[in-house]
Write a protein that binds this ligand. Sequence first.
Ligand SMILES: [Zn+2]
Length: 439
Amino acid sequence: MAFITNEKDAGGKPVDSLVAERMGISYGELSQEKLEEYQLEAFKRTLRLAKERSDFYASLYGNTDPESLKSLKDIQALPCTAEADLAGNEWRFLCLPSSDIDRMVTVPTTGTTGKQKRISYTDDDIRKAIEFIRAGYEVMNCRPGERMLILMSGTSAGSIGDMVRKAVEPLGVSIEVFGSVTDIQGAYDKLMEMRPEIVEAIPWHAAALASYGKQFGNPEKGFIRSVNLSADVVPDSVVSRLERLWQCTVHRHYGSTEMCIFGGVECTAHEGYHLRPCDILYEIPETDGEGKGEIVITTLDRVGMPLIRYRTGDIGKFTDGDCACGGRLKRLLKVYGRKRDVLRFGQCEVYMADIADALYRCDEVTDFEIGLEDHRLSVCAKHLPGTAVDEGFVKDELMSLKGLRKAQEMGYCILELSFSESRGFASGYDLKKNVEYTK
Ligand SMILES: [Zn+2]
């Protein structure tokens, strides 16, 4: 097998090289400006196709002439689409007969309707996602001969496990898919048996395993080199727990089913997510004073089920300028969590991800549940049976969140903190964490 070796291994270059290749230019010619010209043309192409072939887009963008768009700024005048448009209406988004769709993924919506949404991909969409994540693993310095343990579900064709396998095997990395961490001890035993250099996991699951291993002095730190976290927001405290207890490097991924799983990867410089801008246009059309706002995506190259100005529900922030790794394109600096998981108490705002961040500063916390009923905020911190949690410390960390402290002081919110024991995560739990709202 021919391994992809060092020549392409310089920092973020593999991802940028892939972008240049897609654009049909050399790596040396690549610039943000050139990319944006490419994105505008690709957007126009997608809009033209969608208007011609999809009933939904024909009615939404009926009055828009793609040729009238002269810059990416002009795109911002077009209406956005959202999950609510999609759920139950997927066929209206299709631009190909359903016989030409190669994979359809059904996922629950983030709303409270209990509806599901179906996202369709062609083989070409899946191939492009795999190519991107392969370049991503090169950026993360995956080396020939290394082994990767995937603590996420998916062995069927087109699942995460299958896509990661197809991405990393040409790099000479072997892979085993364990599945979700329903039993922390069982997953830890697998880790110790396989001794992988790379672990791919959901942030909460990886943090729980490190917590479990702490009882034995974390011998797994002897072989784990890199941990890649995806499928949900990644709090800083989860990253620092893993870096400290496993003495490894931690990379965050950003993605969603709508993006065909992979949307961005953090390189070894850890200065934001390198994106896949030839396949997806990322916008943050409305930002607050700090530059934070909802991420809106347009698929630039999908002919089966294109998504145009689709509100992801994720709050993020861009960063301009070059990455320390040498990457020259605009990156996503941070993902703060989802819009629906921003709790508002009067004037005070608290992100679910910040609550999680505070909880995971205590090494014994392995999981959590957050519920809101009227102004009663219930936070349940979970830990392994037999481990003691410093309850005062956890409470202090929660109170260090300015929005939460203020909301309590002003009487907008009553925090009810509880603790419970847990040995694992519910089956099929590789869905994103939610705040449970009770009206
Ligand atoms: Zn970089």
